[in-house]
Design a binder for this molecule. Structure first.
Ligand SMILES: *Cc1c(COP(=O)(O)O)cnc(C)c1O
Length: 455
């Protein structure tokens, strides 16, 4: 029998998070105050986040120790398994070896609890009573609900309306772990009211939901805010994934030539890829790391690198990133977790410096890839995850064309067991191809009125 699973022992759960900023040739540019356009210091974030997370946000230390309390919670599902995808290789007649690292074994079914648990822990340490957040597909909201409940913190979730309607089971999960869930835009915040007055039928977006959750935290002393992606500390928490994966690849006697992961704001991509990029930066390895995004929200492949707001209404500091403009509202495609206008600052700088790559896929192509994967390997991937599988299939085709036998590692960052309505749409032929036109992109980018970054 072939050895399909590459497993680690509980004691091999990483002891530190890896902070790639330490090793980056060009450090990320600073966030700017939207009024003065001057760099802001960490103190500007104090109304929203606990001090320890702010320290991590601006840290340049290479390694940050993971507190034992957090590792104890991680042990509920970590280390996560890695698999060699023998069946998929066979179906594809692939000259490339294919592996996947599976984060769907976490309680909420994705990589998101890796940071949710850390964020809830540090908030608890600093006496915070309530955490607000936004959620797109519901993955982040459920991860944070799970984590807050473990540490005895109230959790309030602004869920993008289109997902709230498409994914009722995610909402019930959050409620089961004790959280309150609202369909965003709501009438509960000024930001929500402003959007609804312009468009009462707004399907919502991550940017809008962020505006609402941030406003609640900024206007209440006992409430802080948590973000499930984009920020430096969030990306860093996810590096437990890639550190485990590096060890697992070693155990398998392999090293990936290509690492692929879906891309929303950058957290799961960072999680799997940064520990491999460390090998590139430290040892001169040449591992290609590819971020896979939807063709309907192509900030990495078609956006611009500039300062922009993280939210829609314009309440956050200005961040230097690849963006389609903070007012861009993507089409209501099924990969809710990838419907974000911008990208994390660190991944944006890495892309600008050509240390990583990006690729966009249409949603039909993604579901086709996801169904193929499910039939081969059994796991039904999250719609977001399907983007990485689509990239992997293209890489297999390239290997065939070039007569190469490379090793491809897919980040299987979540399962799709709560996304079956999307699969139903696909299987019944009701899913549309959706690609945004260059004119639509140009129009969205023309609306950005924030400072340009000198080349
Ligand atoms: C949230 C989510 C994403 C997108 O967010 P990133 O921060 O880019 O990882 C992708 N896949 C799944 C399964 C998610 O839950």
């Amino acid at each position: 029998m072939k050895n399909r699973k590459i497993l680690l022992a509980e004691k091999e759960i990483p002891t530190h998070w890896y902070n790639i900023v330490h090793d980056m040739p060009n450090k990320p540019l600073p966030p700017l105050h939207p009024g003065t356009l001057q760099p802001i210091g960490p103190e500007a974030l104090a109304p929203l986040f606990p001090m320890e997370l702010i320290k991590q946000e601006v840290s340049t230390e290479k390694w940050v120790e993971i507190p034992d309390e957090i590792r104890d919670v991680y042990a509920l599902w970590r280390p996560t398994p890695m698999f060699r995808a023998y069946n998929l290789e066979k179906i594809l007649d692939s000259p490339a070896k294919i592996y996947y690292k599976y984060e769907g074994v976490s309680p909420s079914g994705s990589h998101k609890p890796n940071t949710a648990v850390a964020q809830a822990y540090y908030n608890k340490q600093e006496g915070v009573k309530r955490i607000t957040t936004e959620t797109g597909a519901g993955q982040w909201g459920s991860a944070l609900s799970f984590a807050c409940n473990l540490f005895g913190i109230e959790c309030e979730v602004y869920m993008v309306k289109i997902s709230y309607q498409q994914k009722p089971y995610r909402k019930i999960m959050m409620n089961t772990w004790g959280a309150k869930v609202y369909a965003s835009p709501t009438n509960l915040t000024e930001a929500g009211k402003k959007i609804l007055s312009k468009n009462p039928n707004s399907p919502g977006s991550l940017g809008i939901a962020i505006s609402e959750a941030v406003e609640r935290a900024a206007t209440d002393d006992e409430t802080k805010y948590a973000l499930g992606s984009v920020l430096n500390h969030v990306l860093m928490h996810q590096t437990v994934i890639g550190q485990e994966a590096v060890v697992q690849m070693e155990k398998a006697g392999d090293l990936p030539d290509v690492v692929v992961a879906p891309f929303g704001g950058g957290s799961n991509f960072a999680g799997i890829s940064f520990p491999f990029l460390r090998l590139n930066l430290e040892e001169g390895k040449k591992i290609r790391c590819i971020a896979s995004e939807p063709a309907s929200c192509p900030k990495l492949t078609k956006g611009v690198f500039r300062y922009d707001f993280g939210d829609t209404v314009g309440m956050t500091p200005l961040l230097p990133m690849y963006t389609l403009g903070h007012t861009f509202v993507p089409a209501p495609i099924h990969a809710g977790g990838l419907r974000y206008h911008g990208a994390g600052v660190i991944v944006s700088q890495l892309l600008k410096d050509k240390l990583i790559e990006a690729r966009a896929h249409d949603q039909l192509e993604c579901f086709e890839a996801g169904v193929l994967f499910a039939k081969a390997e059994g796991i039904i991937p999250a719609p977001e995850t399907n983007h990485a599988i689509a990239t992997a299939l293209q890489e297999v085709e390239r290997c065939k064309r070039e007569g190469k036998s490379e090793t491809i590692l897919i980040h299987l960052c979540g399962h799709g067991n709560f996304d079956l309505a999307a699969y139903e749409n696909y299987l019944s032929g009701n899913l549309q191809k959706h690609e945004i036109t260059q004119a639509e992109i140009d129009a969205a980018i023309a609306l950005i009125d924030t400072p340009e970054i000198a080349a």
